[in-house]
Write a new protein. Structure first.
Length: 152
């Protein structure tokens, strides 16, 4: 699915920042907001460009995993294998959220699910819900890791 520039700005960039933040927190104990935003924006640009290429459905998810893991490896200096596993988990988590939240929102708003995919405004707005959920999960993971770090 191709994104409009508006969808990319409103949903694409925040989504990439949110899942980059989750991956960062899972890989590192040090929170670096500037690096997270930089990686998220780079990730959003990479995926925006790849969505314009005639690629099979879902291939952009594989590109997201590979590019996110490479960026995390460079910025955090983590092992690539660890970054790859975390990136895969985060992108799968995003996919599962989409599978749950999009039909749920279609039902909640009493709209055909197809409309949530074809209308750029509705697609962006409903996509923001998963961004909020990812940020909330990230906050919980961060608090949990911080609390457990203090116990040691």
């Amino acid at each position: 699915m191709q994104l409009t520039l508006w969808q990319w700005l409103v949903q694409g960039i925040p989504e990439c920042i949110s899942y980059t933040m989750l991956a960062w927190i899972l890989l590192s104990n040090k929170f670096n907001f500037n690096s997270i935003v930089i990686i998220g924006v780079i990730q959003a640009v990479i995926l925006f460009v790849f969505r314009f290429l005639p690629l099979p459905f879902g291939l952009h998810s594989l590109i997201a995993v590979i590019s996110l893991s490479a960026l995390l490896t460079v910025f955090i200096k983590s092992r690539y294998s660890a970054a790859l596993i975390v990136s895969l988990l985060v992108v799968v988590f995003l996919g599962v959220l989409e599978l749950i939240l999009i039909p749920l929102q279609a039902r909640l708003y009493n709209l055909p699910i197809e409309l949530l995919f074809t209308d750029p405004l509705l697609a962006a707005l409903t996509g923001l819900v998963q961004v909020v959920v990812i940020f909330a999960v990230t906050l919980v993971v961060y608090k949990y890791k911080k609390a457990n770090k203090n116990k040691r």
